[in-house]
Design a protein. Structure first.
Length: 558
């Protein structure tokens, strides 16, 4: 009953300046959704905006907005751009004629358009309802739908509290944060029977209380899938970054029973990026979270399972099966495996940093901390694209952002467009030939000792925030003894295994390994974990798709 009542307060809004078309759209919408949603129609962009503002004041929800492209005074794209400010979570659909498809494609980037529909949409059972069904489901699963939110109570300068917030945010689980010494935080602690000595405390949407939970327990309690539904699959994808998500989408869409296993949150390093501006098809850029969310929804739409907070500890060949072992002792098997484990940022080897990690020192963007950086001086260690993207994002609210770069310039590791943006930003400074010698602070970061690599001179600076983006360490230690790797831990595959003209040791097939195939037949690698990979989002997605093609070839010959 509660869900029905909530749906009854939720609106699907349609706007078209042609009264006949407007009535036809509303008629088709009411036929399918009228019992569960309010269908509101308008005949101009201005009147539709007025309706949205009125709905906002009444506290009503808007799930989907359908707007015609060709409207006088305010076209559909201009209207949706303004509607975005009123209801940013509403799914946006543009109605357009075939001649205007270029404008619709442009709108995907201008207003983050979710879909465009060509007129006429008859029959709606084939061309309208399936699209709306998917968009409504996506809206219901988003954090714009008011649900009893998960509550997190913790300390501001607590590494574990920071980890929990980052885990929930990256997995798009809505939550509210309360400081343990705030009035509401104290009330929640009292209600849970806790005195604040053990934190963080999590109260889930159904009222369950978790104290200092590990990731698997937290994931299960907030509704994330953690257990496979079967014992055997066609394909297991290990890692949920761009390569893994790409493999899951292509594997599932091509009929393979696919399960993706991720130890933390889908998206990998790319998912933490505040803005990716050189990814094909997004001229205005896209955040890593947006790209990840779309890819994850796309994979599940095709039937892929996505498991979160599952740590893989081993891989073995058992006859024709490839068996993946988990940290809890369980296992899952498949015909083929794609290793898309990606890389992690290398740890900063400077005194004081380990103790202050999560308390002012962060690896990666840690976007949950960005709001707290408002008006502060921020330091970023690193000179590659991820560091540059973080600098541009944090500079929006920080008093100053200082990039600390070990090398003599940014040109060797950062894209030209980012260097230009950084040079134009008034509150971003770049200090080349500079490293962090030490980090200082009691319960949180307070100062940094910086060293000039040429002169050896040191300087002590005040700092509460430092974000580290240095190097790439492959997450492959668990493969030791199973899959061949290079001296840095990156996985060898294809031609790298036969550089001397001979197959790898133990290879028993009468063919050479396929391009992305490891020394274990049927086990492939894609993305940043592969030796000599390009370390770019687009190439990782491409390798994920290519690996699925090679999986098909392997299965056909097995």
């Amino acid at each position: 009953m509660a869900q029905a009542a909530e749906s009854a307060r939720t609106v699907i809004l349609t706007v078209d300046d042609d009264p006949g078309v407007s009535r036809a759209v509303a008629r088709d919408l009411r036929r399918r959704y009228g019992e569960s949603y309010r269908i509101v129609r308008a005949e101009s962009g201005e009147s539709a905006l007025d309706a949205l503002r009125e709905l906002k004041l009444r506290g009503d929800l808007v799930a989907v907005i359908l707007a015609d492209y060709r409207m006088p005074q305010m076209n559909g794209i201009e209207f949706l751009e303004q509607a975005l400010d009123v209801y940013p979570g509403a799914r946006r659909v543009l109605l357009t004629a075939y001649a205007d498809t270029d404008a619709a494609i442009d709108a995907i980037n201008v207003v983050d358009l979710d879909h465009y529909l060509l007129k006429p949409w008859d029959p709606p059972e084939e061309k309208l309802y399936p699209v709306l069904d998917d968009l409504l489901e996506a809206w219901r699963n988003s954090d714009y739908r008011p649900v009893p939110a998960t509550k997190v109570v913790g300390h501001r300068w607590s590494a574990r509290s920071s980890d929990v917030r980052e885990f929930l945010a990256r997995n798009q689980v809505p939550y509210r944060w309360y400081s343990a010494d705030s009035p509401e935080g104290l009330r929640l602690l009292s209600a849970a029977g806790e005195d604040g000595q053990r934190l963080p405390l999590i109260i889930t949407a159904d009222g369950s209380v978790l104290v200092e939970p590990e990731a698997p327990e937290l994931a299960a309690e907030v509704g994330l899938a953690t257990t496979p539904t079967a014992d055997f699959y066609d394909l297991v994808v290990i890692g949920g970054g761009p390569a893994g998500l790409g493999a899951a989408v292509y594997g599932a869409s091509e009929g393979l029973r696919t399960v993706l296993v991720e130890r933390s949150a889908t998206g990998g390093q790319a998912g933490q990026s505040s803005r990716i501006e050189n990814y094909l098809g997004f001229p205005d850029g896209v955040s890593g979270a947006q790209l990840t969310d779309r890819a994850r929804r796309q994979a599940t739409k095709f039937g892929a399972e996505i498991l979160t907070a599952r740590e893989v500890t081993g891989l073995e060949a058992n006859g024709s099966a490839r068996v993946v072992h988990f940290a809890d002792g369980s296992a899952v098997a498949a015909h083929a495996v794609i290793l898309a484990t990606g890389v992690s940022y290398r740890q900063l080897e400077a005194p004081g940093t380990p103790d202050l990690t999560g308390c002012g020192v962060y690896y990666g963007s840690a976007l949950t901390e960005a709001a707290s950086c408002q008006g502060h001086d921020v330091y970023i260690v690193g000179g590659a694209n991820s560091a540059g993207q973080a600098a541009m994002y944090l500079a929006r609210g920080a008093k100053s952002v200082t990039l600390l770069v070990r090398g003599p310039s940014l040109t060797a590791s950062m894209s030209y467009y980012l260097i230009q943006q950084i040079n134009e930003a008034e509150n971003i400074a770049v200090r080349t030939g500079t490293v962090v010698e030490a980090a200082h602070g009691s319960d949180h970061l307070e100062q940094l000792t910086l060293r000039d690599t040429e002169t050896g001179a040191t300087e002590l600076v005040d700092a509460q925030w430092m974000f580290v983006f240095i190097g790439a360490a492959p997450l492959t230690d668990w493969l030791d003894g199973a899959v061949l790797r290079d001296e840095r831990g990156f996985i060898l595959a294809g031609p790298d295994l036969t550089a001397d003209g001979k197959p790898p040791a133990g290879w028993e097939l009468d063919r050479s390994p396929y391009h992305l195939e490891t020394n274990i037949p049927g086990v492939f690698v894609a993305g940043d974990a592969r030796a000599e990979s390009a370390k770019r989002v687009a190439s990782a997605v491409g390798e994920g798709a290519m690996a699925v093609m090679l999986v098909h070839r392997y299965l056909e010959q097995s």
